[in-house]
Design a protein around this ligand. Sequence first.
Ligand SMILES: Nc1ncnc2c1ncn2[C@@H]1O[C@H](COP(=O)(O)OP(=O)(O)OP(=O)(O)O)[C@@H](O)[C@H]1O
Ligand SMILES: [Mg+2]
Length: 504
Amino acid sequence: MVVASTYKLGMAKILVIDDEVTIVQMVTDALRSDGHEVHPFTSGNAAFDALDEHHPDLLITDLHLGRDGKQGLDLLRKARALAPPAVVMVVTAFGSVETAVEAMKQGAYDYVEKPFKLDAFRHSVQRALSYNHAVAENHYLKRQLREKYQFSRIVGTSPQMQAVFKWIERVAPTDSTVLILGESGTGKELVARALHFNSARQYAPFIPVNCAALPENLLESELFGHRRGAFAGALSDKRGLFQEAEGGTIFLDEVGSMPDAVQSRLLRVLQDHEVRRVGDSAPGHVNVRVVAATHESLERKIKEGKFREDLFYRLNVLPIQLPSLRERREDIPLLIANFLRNKISPRSGQAFRITRRAVETLGAYDWPGNVRELENILERACTLCEDDFIRMADFPKAIQEGAPASARLQPGGRDETTFLIPEDPADGTPYPLTPGQQAKAQPAAAGSSLPFKIEPLKDFLREQEHNYLNRVLAHTAGNKEKAAELLDISLATLYRKLSGETTT
Ligand SMILES: Nc1ncnc2c1ncn2[C@@H]1O[C@H](COP(=O)(O)OP(=O)(O)OP(=O)(O)O)[C@@H](O)[C@H]1O
Ligand SMILES: [Mg+2]
């Protein structure tokens, strides 16, 4: 699941370690009363082991933890090696600045000298947490950018895929509900991501949910959240994925398997943009775009009484049918080149090539599992082949048997000798199969027809921040004091940010 960060500002998981019990108690009480989840320790060794289990947002540790066992620096190093790393604040005895400097060098964010005033201490904690929050956001944005880039790897020059690209371009910027139809492995999820990452929602979460993977009651509370005590096992309030996806897109995969009760709730979201948590009486407003997908015929499900007709009409606003791979065989060489060059070879560090005969054979197979099956067959062949060359023999029997006449070996004929080097389908022609196909092959259109700007991350972040501030200001009707309060920053900081100065 994609969420902007692991905790909301103001509520964090914190490990506190000091060999002086009174200090641990005082700090723990103070931070708990601020709403944080605090785990106190007086032994370095116990805290060291607990780091894995708790994976805190913030570690606050004394540097000297008794004579034996793990010391503050050991904890610091381990906390910084977690993924994502915890922010570390060290507590030092008065006057031992050198050890504090050493700790900072090893990755501590801040240090506090004993004895300290509780107010100042709390302030330092808040600063460290804001820092962690900003770092988490930053990781998140980088990941989003990466995913977005990968989208330009939807491969296909066939007229069917060109139509799909055109459609994505037209539909992505709208807020309409989209229903993606297609056999298993035709790229439904890839298209759903493309819709999200080419819309104004791209910097908010994209959350995929497989509706077939969870039993009814679990799916319901996953999607819509629940109130504590709503049912046995609901030990605390839980936000639903619709709320997590606020501002973004939720991808409801296998929507045909959605149980009846969940269908009714979804209908309400689509009609009124409202979600009601399980056990809650009042609904809340959500701003989430719904993209759904199914490999089943929803019309048939309606006839069988398993899918609500009214929901179908709500989902079916902008349907898109993805072609099966056998309907667009001319894309097979491009896809092979794409997988070998851009996925399998970089992962394995080997530059795989494939024989012309093997490419022709793959081009003739029926691909009931579509692109996913093709990708799997290539992965398997790359694992099986003895060198970097993929030959017919590296494919399962069923595929070998379907080889076209042109790819069959004549008795006494020479074995596969023409090896093709996959070129980047985005750069040019991958495999010259026949002169006719070669002439037709064009650079994959997705990257060029759906461009995005690459810029330094700090410019990107500044722009995002600016947009966000303006949104909050719109919400407060231009009242800067109120906006600063909502954003939990000082008015001066808000002014500075609005004037375009960066602070990070
Ligand atoms: N046009 C395409 N270009 C490149 N890769 C593709 C294309 N279509 C599908 N793929 C790849 O094939 C695999 C399957 O795609 P995806 O998961 O989007 O299919 P799906 O329709 O959601 O399948 P399923 O119904 O089995 O969930 C993925 O690894 C995806 O990257
Ligand atoms: Mg899928």
